[in-house]
Design a protein around this ligand. Structure first.
Ligand code: SF4
Ligand code: SF4
Length: 322
């Protein structure tokens, strides 16, 4: 792969003037957990929340970012030589350190292009609507056979509202089943036009108490709960998802409050409990960020089912794992 080709993966091209572009962090094909059937997940970058347990911290900012995998680094210093602003420094015991304030991303990317050890990985690339949908359509045959389609995820997909609207409308025009995974923290004026092109909503509820929600995620939950009620009134099928995190939102009081709220809605198919895991922790370090829940042990299987049982007392279907 030539250096120039790798640059174009994440840099808006001059020819893109006036064309609607979004920042996509990744595609996941053959997913069976994010809506019906076999699906392709489109991960859009950018999120208004800062959840302590976030498993995709590379999706928080709506722009390309560098992840540095120190264990892959062979200390060749080619990145330092290639960097036009000299913002990469070799630091004893830490490998390389990048001065993000001086970094030229997304207009550069020279470091990734010369790093053949794959220690430098740039997450996020600018893509047009048709480029995304053409990637999604590669597995059309599997969607048709399984009742699957495309799911827009993130980050928070509503954080790129114009791009998301164009994606959802374009996917519907192509006859695809469309779903979204959302935290619900968005203006209703932004959400409503997108929802008109969606077949299903996967909706996160993190905590029912506004102040605790703010402490855990950076925002309170008032708009999130209000938006969920509004989506329910539209009649769209909904699956509510509860990321269950030890000591953060797993008190019996919060579980009962969550189940009671969901039970009052009309179009919720199920409440999916998503138990805390630590698979995303290494990415916090690769982004040079501290993981807020370092050392927190996941649940045992028995503990998860005991907590889920508290919510099964309400007239809703509760699943573990989604
Ligand atoms: S080019 Fe890659 S392997 Fe070489 S020093 Fe830089 S990060 Fe490490
Ligand atoms: S992307 Fe940033 S760190 Fe990498 S070479 Fe360019 S300016 Fe330097």
């Amino acid at each position: 792969m030539t250096m120039r080709k790798r640059f174009q993966l994440f840099r808006p091209k001059a020819a893109d003037n006036g064309r609607l572009l979004g920042v996509v962090s990744d595609f996941q094909r053959f997913s069976i957990h994010d809506g019906p059937g076999i699906r392709t997940i489109v991960f859009l970058k950018g999120c208004p929340l800062r959840c302590q347990w976030c498993q995709n911290p590379e999706s928080m900012l709506a722009r390309p970012e560098i992840l540095y995998i120190r264990n892959n680094c062979i200390g060749c210093n080619l990145c330092q030589e290639a960097c036009p602003t000299h913002c990469i420094e070799a630091v004893s015991g830490r490998g390389i350190v990048i001065d993000k304030a001086a970094c030229l991303l997304p207009l550069c990317g020279a470091c990734q292009a010369v790093c053949y050890a794959n220690a430098i990985n740039i997450c996020g690339r600018y893509l047009g609507v048709d480029e995304v949908l053409e990637e999604v359509e590669l597995d059309r045959e599997f969607y048709d056979r399984s009742g699957g389609g495309v799911t827009f995820s993130g980050g928070e997909p509503f954080a790129q509202p114009g791009f998301l609207l164009a994606l959802a409308a374009g996917a519907k025009d192509r006859g695809l089943h469309t779903a979204i995974e959302t935290c619900g923290q968005a203006d209703w004026e932004v959400m409503e036009p997108v929802l008109a092109h969606l077949d299903m909503v996967l909706y996160d509820l993190k905590h029912m108490d506004p102040e605790t929600h703010r402490q855990l995620t950076g925002v309170d939950n008032r708009r999130i709960l209000d938006n969920l009620r509004r989506i329910d009134r539209l009649g769209l099928p909904i699956r509510v998802r509860l990321p269950l995190v030890p000591g953060r939102n797993d008190s019996p009081e919060n579980l009962r409050a969550t189940a009671a709220f969901v039970a009052e809605l009309t179009h919720v198919e199920a409440l999916d409990v998503l138990p805390y895991h630590r698979m995303g922790e290494p990415k916090w370090g690769q982004l040079d960020k501290d993981y807020p829940l370092h050392g927190l042990a996941p649940y045992t299987k028995d503990a998860v089912f005991a907590l889920a049982a508290i919510m099964e007392a309400y007239p809703i279907e509760v699943t573990v794992g989604g």
